[in-house]
Design a protein around this ligand. Structure first.
Ligand code: ADP
Ligand code: ZN
Length: 221
């Protein structure tokens, strides 16, 4: 199974990806995560990407495409994968199509996470993560760490992403509208788009998401 998760920054793509990872035993490929670890490690890729990311701008297509191309060569993608945060532009989508055609692994479904702007901002401004193990938390939406500032899982320090500051959030939402939103129509035309309403209490939304993803799989060729 090959999935694309589509949705605004803050829609919760990472959270929903974990449902698919469990259900289908396939890896999540998050270009944001790959880029963030490159920045942290100070690799040439990271140095190239960090200014864009800090400002909430997209990293150039060729950089991200090269990175996904490399990742898809790894053996754990043999049973399928979940693309989270990629593609984010029409050129990325077209390049992906070429890549997957070469290996005979088409996308089965594009799951579009639908939430309103108010929810996005609430989720983005509340988002925190563990500096050591990467565990995710949210101080606005009922998922705070048990002890403020400390990771439940490993005791590590809880931090906020550099690009989750209000000014950058605004930028990211605008960039999404301009660059990424056209993908909705693009995949709708290809008959791959499944819209999943994701407002409401997390446990209910997760159930709804799981059901919708199974239905998408059942109806895919
Ligand atoms: P979010 O979806 O919450 O904005 P991500 O973790 O997916 O967060 O991405 C963080 C940042 O990484 C983006 O703002 C952008 O700078 C960069 N990035 C991630 N994926 C891509 C991509 N496919 N194309 C260009 N830039 C990307
Ligand atoms: Zn931790």
């Amino acid at each position: 199974m090959q999935f694309i998760l589509l949705g605004e920054p803050g829609a919760g793509k990472g959270t929903y990806a974990s449902v698919l990872i469990r259900k289908f035993q396939i890896p999540q490929i998050s270009t944001g995560d790959i880029l963030r670890s490159a920045v942290k490690a100070g690799t040439p890729l990271g140095l190239q990407a960090q200014d864009y990311m800090k400002k909430g701008l997209l990293v150039p297509d060729q950089v991200v495409i090269g990175l996904v191309k490399e990742r898809l060569k790894q053996a754990d993608t043999a049973k399928g994968f979940i693309l989270d945060g990629f593609p984010r532009t029409i050129p990325q989508a077209k390049e992906l199509e070429n890549l997957l055609q070469e290996v005979g692994r088409p996308i089965n479904a594009v799951l579009k996470i639908e939430v309103c702007r108010k929810t996005l901002i609430e989720r983005l401004t509340g988002r925190r993560s563990c500096k050591s193990c990467g565990a995710g938390y949210n101080v606005n939406t009922g998922l705070p760490p048990k002890k403020a500032g400390v990771c439940d899982k490993c005791g590590g320090e809880i931090i906020q992403r550099a690009d989750d500051q209000p000014a950058t959030i605004e930028n990211r939402l605008n960039v999404y509208q301009k660059e990424t939103a056209p993908l909705v129509e693009y995949y709708e035309k290809e008959g791959l788009l499944k819209r999943i309403p994701c407002e409401g209490p997390l446990d209910e939304v997760l159930k709804r998401f799981e059901k919708a993803s199974l239905a998408a799989v059942a109806s895919s060729k």
